[in-house]
Ligand binder design. Structure first.
Ligand SMILES: [Zn+2]
Ligand SMILES: [Zn+2]
Ligand SMILES: [Zn+2]
Length: 127
């Protein structure tokens, strides 16, 4: 891993929620050290996503939103549209939905689920 990649990876936790590659580039650029081009950030984000440490969790203004992912057991992400907080949730597919698909004669080979809503703090503010 290059020094630039390491700095980019180290900046991700400080964002604390869903972010675009542009957001991450801003955070990385605000830090010390030599400048890092946005293309380098895109490549780092792609590499971290391929490695499973980041997950794509939707889009904002046409840019993919990413979030830190713990990996491990298969799970999905619940994204707060207010503050961008992301939490992992269990898989809803391996029960009734999969059975419904099988009754229709389908073998499910892959699926993507991302849930959007408001976290407790954000929904409290709006109440
Ligand atoms: Zn995850
Ligand atoms: Zn929130
Ligand atoms: Zn699933």
């Amino acid at each position: 891993m290059s020094a630039a990649r390491l700095r980019i990876a180290a900046s991700v936790p400080s964002i604390g929620g869903a972010f675009t590659a542009e957001d991450l580039h801003e955070v990385v650029s605000a830090g010390d050290g030599p400048g890092i081009g946005v293309a380098t950030v895109y490549r780092a984000v792609a590499a971290m996503t391929a490695a499973g440490s980041l997950a794509a969790v939707g889009a904002r203004d046409g840019s993919t939103l990413y979030a830190l992912c713990t990996g491990g057991e298969h799970h999905h992400h619940l994204v707060c549209t207010g503050c961008g907080t992301v939490v992992g949730i269990g898989c809803p597919i391996d029960g009734a939905l999969r059975r419904s698909a099988e009754e229709a004669g389908y073998t499910v080979t892959s699926h993507e689920v991302t849930l959007y809503g408001l976290c407790r703090d954000c929904s409290g503010k709006r109440a």
